[in-house]
Design a protein around this ligand. Structure first.
Ligand code: AMP
Length: 426
């Protein structure tokens, strides 16, 4: 047997929950005027080197990079923002006016060590608000994320925000951080020893070296006036909207392209992998990729982690079973049963036997699939056009026409029909 690759999942039974979840998230985005964008799952490797950054963990260790048959270096996308910005530039979306409000949903690939909540192919739902430098755009993005979490039923999330400054003020902070960590350099974990030179901000969110981070200089004390004012306004907007948050100077996010606002959503009881989503502002990214200077902000949720959080809270939705199972008494009615199933499937979730089961077998399958109703089709039913409809919960039965089946199952006529039946009209 050939097994699936380590760190990947087959989504089979859960696919209904996934559909439900993606639909909910999508609807919130659509209602806020965002449009779906679907980019390829592989891109030129250069895109991620330039955007995520050569010195980041993702580019250094985690990318699925290969040469295709034409000798090009290709990478399976490790994240969604860079591909969306590439598409924004390539399709000249700025000519359509700003802001551009885009969302995406799909698989991402990172060669990380798999563990609970951490996969090598995982899925993200992400949103990008492209074009506004103003803190109100940050507020809208965070509000949208919160609305999504609430819509799917999660409310115990913790929002952590920070500002990572910009090209004016970050260099002096990086210097201060280097000076702070220098005396401990030999005691740091192997990864952090490398990060010290390459990407010292990442030392702050290393779990192994967390004790040093506590007393490290705080970026919020190094922000230039513009960055400070941006951050203060965002905090005020969040306060005005009564959105709870914690300013956490350790939130730096691993990617090079972030400027100013960064944020993460943590969820309790998920263990080490407790970030259900995160995002931030990336004012320089589009220019870095060859476009104009278009300030933007976005975030992404990890779908698998949202599902873990829903499981943890016992908030997974009850996915409804079938509306109607159509039963044929013997082989002669199979094709009629299929036609009726087709007619009813325009309104309801239906199923019909294709295994040649006898009537008893079909009824037990109907129960197993939690069908609310069954329609039985025999010779007599075909002749008269009156089918036996049975409410599987109450056991009530009616001999009715197709149009009445539609009314009854949709709930608009059951009581009416029951009354008529009592009075002898049916
Ligand atoms: P990031 O931009 O790396 O913070 O990713 C955004 C979100 O995607 C995270 O908050 C997680 O919920 C999710 N995520 C990131 N990496 C993984 C992974 N390897 N496996 C599962 N989910 C992930």
């Amino acid at each position: 047997m050939i097994s699936r690759i380590k760190g990947t999942n087959d989504i089979i039974e859960d696919s209904k929950v996934w559909e439900w979840l993606e639909e909910k998230l999508k609807n919130v985005a659509l209602n806020f005027g965002f449009v779906e964008v679907r980019t390829p799952i592989f891109e030129a490797t250069e895109l991620f080197n330039r955007s995520v950054g050569n010195e980041t963990d993702i580019v250094q260790k985690e990318m699925y990079t290969f040469e295709d048959k034409g000798g090009r270096s290709i990478t399976l996308r490790p994240e969604g923002t860079a591909p969306v910005m590439r598409a924004f530039i390539e399709n000249n979306l700025s000519s359509k006016g700003l802001p551009q409000k885009l969302f995406y949903c799909g698989p991402m690939f990172r060669y990380e060590r798999p563990q609970a909540g951490r996969l090598r192919q995982f899925h993200q739902f992400g949103v990008e608000l492209i074009g506004s430098p103003l803190p109100i755009a940050d507020a809208m993005t965070i509000l949208l994320a919160i609305e999504m979490l609430k819509t799917i039923g999660l409310d115990k999330f913790k929002l952590k925000i920070n500002s990572t400054g910009d090209e004016k003020c970050r260099p002096s902070y990086v210097e201060a951080l280097k000076a702070y960590y220098k005396p401990f350099l030999n005691d740091l974990c192997d990864d952090c020893k490398v990060r010290y030179d390459r990407n010292v901000l990442r030392l702050l969110d290393c779990k192994k070296d967390a004790k040093y981070a506590e007393s490290a200089p705080k970026i919020t004390n190094y922000l230039c006036d513009d960055c400070k004012s941006h951050f203060d306004k965002l905090k005020k907007y969040l306060d005005d909207m009564e959105i709870e948050y914690e300013v956490d100077p350790a939130i730096v996010r691993g990617l090079d392209y972030y400027t100013r606002t960064v944020f993460e959503f943590k969820y309790p009881n998920l263990g080490a992998q407790d970030a259900i989503g995160g995002g931030g502002r990336y004012d320089g990214l589009i220019k870095e990729l060859g476009g104009a200077k278009v300030p933007s902000i976005g975030f992404a949720f990890g779908i698998e982690r949202l599902i873990l959080a829903l499981e943890e809270e016992k908030k997974l939705p009850e996915i409804e079973g079938l509306d109607i199972y159509i039963i044929s008494i013997d082989e002669d009615q199979r094709i009629e049963a299929l036609k009726i199933a087709n007619a009813l499937s325009k309104y309801f979730k239906v199923d019909v036997d294709v295994m040649g089961r006898n009537v008893k077998g079909q009824f037990s399958l109907a129960s197993k699939e939690n069908a609310r109703y069954t329609v039985v089709i025999g010779e007599e039913e075909i002749k008269t056009g009156l089918y036996t409809l049975k409410n599987m919960k109450t056991g009530e039965q009616w001999k009715v026409r197709l149009s009445e089946i539609i009314k009854i199952v949709s709930g608009s006529a059951e009581t009416e029909i029951r009354d008529q039946r009592k009075s002898g009209d049916l």
